[in-house]
Design a binder for this molecule. Structure first.
Ligand code: PMP
Length: 394
């Protein structure tokens, strides 16, 4: 008690202030808002807002997770060696260059923490994944945005954004939320032209969905350069978003650095066990990729038939364009879907307010969202043709 009095006497402000101030640059961060999963008053909703796998994880992963539940008293293996071994054998890569994390989000944050000093720059493309900006700002770095062309990252623009302060560059391939990708030739051109002080983080969160022959996931390229890190996730094709599990493949020096800054037990034992079973179940992942491709193309065609401009996507989602105003705007479509119990993702925070991002769901989900949007478009058309543009609804 005497000591407390002594502090407040020495510094009268200390009792009245809001406590110690956080780093000043953190106030620039707009917190990440994930895909909503609830609607007021609705008992059952269709959640197509977070690019989750509608098939969920492999049953083998669920079994492994349950078994891990029998030994929750023990710390996990801090080096996640069984999981790294499984990833390495499935992908034909070196386990010693793998670092696992609590989601690839954590690895993105650790890379920023490790490679950005306050004022250093991290480049990302215009519609790049939101966490690149947030993690850059959190580390005191400056996000630098490279414009895209036709909703696709542009290698020349990315290179033009590099300055002497650039330390990191983030590129998701394919990208969320645009669904577009860059071919191998462009990825190679980018790596070759980057100055050696810049680390390219090639984010392959959706790489397993890709089947194009000119696509490269970059893992093999890591072995030939000191400038490339590939990040991957278990949240998409492996259906383990709840467990928070990701990994990266990196040059030895980067691995050494990440192992210094990460928490000693950053990946939980159930996540390690489920991840190992999931990555080894190659047939299940393949079935998920096929399910996604078939239904993504079906849904894209249905949306186009309903008169909604829908760019091609290579992810597990679509980014249809509705426009910003009028009866068929993105906000009107979103309101209509919500009224029908369907949640998709608004894209205003990405600077794409005329678009909605719709995750490819299970077959019945896709049928339901296609039906709802076709109804929405017909009602809007009918509304426009009525005298005074009145709504067709009574
Ligand atoms: N990168 C991209 C491009 C993503 O879309 C996501 C998830 N939305 C992530 C990384 C993060 O994935 P997680 O942290 O679940 O591994």
């Amino acid at each position: 008690m005497a000591r407390v009095r002594a502090i407040s006497e020495a510094d009268p402000d200390s009792v009245r202030s809001d406590g110690p101030a956080p780093n000043s640059w953190l106030s620039e961060i707009a917190p990440y808002v994930g895909g909503a999963g609830r609607l007021n008053g609705a008992e059952r909703v269709l959640k197509l807002s977070a690019n989750e796998n509608p098939m969920g994880p492999s049953p083998r992963a669920t079994d492994a997770y349950r078994r891990a539940g029998d030994s929750l008293g023990a710390y996990p293996d801090g080096s996640a060696s069984a999981l790294r071994g499984a990833i390495a054998s499935v992908h034909g890569i070196d386990p010693d260059r793998i670092v696992c994390g609590a989601g690839s989000d954590e690895l993105i944050a650790l890379l920023c923490q490790a490679y950005l000093a306050p004022g250093d720059e991290a480049v990302h493309s215009e519609f790049g994944f939101a966490m690149y900006r947030i993690s850059t700002l959190a580390a005191g770095g400056r996000p630098v945005v490279a414009p895209e062309t036709a909703l696709t990252a542009d290698v020349d623009a990315l290179l033009a954004a590099v300055t002497p302060r650039t330390r990191l560059m983030f590129l998701a391939n394919p990208n969320n939320p645009t669904g577009s990708y860059l071919p191998e030739s462009e990825i190679r051109r980018l790596i070759a032209a980057l100055p050696s002080r810049v680390l390219l983080v090639l984010d392959g969160a959706y790489a397993e969905y890709m089947r194009e022959p000119d696509f490269i996931d970059g893992l093999k390229l890591v072995e030939d350069t000191d400038r490339l890190v590939c990040t991957r996730t278990f949240s998409k094709i492996h259906g383990l978003a709840a467990l928070r599990l990701g990994w990266c493949y990196a040059p030895s020096r980067v691995v050494d650095t990440l192992n210094r800054v990460r928490g000693p037990f950053n990946v939980s034992a159930p996540a390690i066990a489920a991840g190992e079973a999931a990555i080894r179940d190659v047939d299940y992942a393949e079935a998920c990729a096929i399910q996604n491709e078939v239904w993504r193309e079906w849904l894209a065609n249905e949306l186009r038939r309903a008169g909604i401009e829908t760019p091609r996507s290579w992810g597990n989602f679509l980014l249809p364009f509705f426009g910003q105003s009028g009866p068929t705007s993105a906000s009107a479509a979103d309101a209509f879907l919500r009224a029908n119990g369907v949640i998709v993702r608004r894209m205003d925070s990405y600077g794409l307010p005329g678009h909605l991002r719709i995750t490819v769901g299970a077959s019945s989900d896709n049928v339901a969202v296609a039906r709802a949007l076709s109804e929405f478009m017909s009602e809007a058309e009918l509304g426009k043709s009525l005298p005074g543009g009145a709504s067709a609804r009574p």
